[in-house]
Design a protein around this ligand. Sequence first.
Ligand code: F0G
Length: 363
Amino acid sequence: MKTDHEQGRGVIERYREFLPISDSTPVVSLGEGNTPLVYSAKLSARVGRGCKVFVKNEGVNPTGSFKDRGMTVAVSKALEHKSRALICASTGNTSASAAAYAARAATPCVVILPAGKIASGKLVQAFACGAKIVPIKGNFDDALRMVRELGQRNDFAIVNSINPDRIAGQKTAAFEIVDALGDAPDFHLLPLGNAGNMTAYWAGYREYHARKRSTKLPAMIGFQAAGAAPIFHNRIVEKPETVASAIRIGNPASWKHAQAAITESRGAIDVVTDEEILEAQTWLARHEGIFVEPASAATIAGFFKCCDSKKAAYSFRKIPEESRIVCTVTGHGLKDPDVIMHRMKKLKPVPATVNDVQRAIGL
Ligand code: F0G
């Protein structure tokens, strides 16, 4: 049993025995992990029949996304191997996380980004933490191709999820869920972009199961945006498009692993439209107070589809009573405020009198 103090110190200290860490690994941590698993009575009511739904809120990690779990391990290992610098391609969150952990480790960090396609909050984070930002005239898939080559040529440590240390760190999210629930859930829902996170969760659930920390494995259900759904359609998407810029990816690096996780777990892959994503984002903020970025809202949109739609790849209508369902939301809403800011334009100042303010309140 760990003390509260130890639990607050990041995923390497908490799950060291499951990670590729030795006494000679210099640990670079920002206190990531240990994120809230929030029970939602409203989402549970949507499924009915005594099922319980939990939201794993990864947006409250140090840089506001789940990437920090993998980054603490990847950056610690890069330091151990004395890499000259870190490099990654990113739709935003990986670059924000890499920049922060690189700053803490006093290591240079290069981030290759699709120009004009990164949510403002994420770009600001990478810039603030002093990363060398290189925007390219291409998409994420082009950026990752470049990183693979540059990583080899320059002895840079690649900190994308093609680095197994990233996956190792990210699997701790599955450990936390099993530790909190006392067993694995029956269903696990999450968004798919480069598909590293699905790969990591499945590795984590399998490892805990093998070590008898859980009695079962969840069905893994992944959601892609309708305009960026290569795994769903089983073909590369040359020009992926979606409002959920974090998962605007046409050729996922961990495609095969994620597909294997879905097949082995008897799960499913489905798509959600941009409209459904934005509706779910608003729903979660207004009904549960959890404000997430659009890519994360894909999970919630997908959950609604499983509950309501005859077209769902996985229907929740006949799942066993008292099933437990975990929905991972991956990134904080403040990272990508632009769509919501646009809606706020109708806020107009009123004169500073009690009567005017009372009228404006309207309650
Ligand atoms: N949600 C968010 C908020 C993300 O930033 C990402 C991926 C995903 C979901 C999908 O996770 O790639 O493991 O399937 N973002 C990467 C990045 C690609 O560069 O920040 P995945």
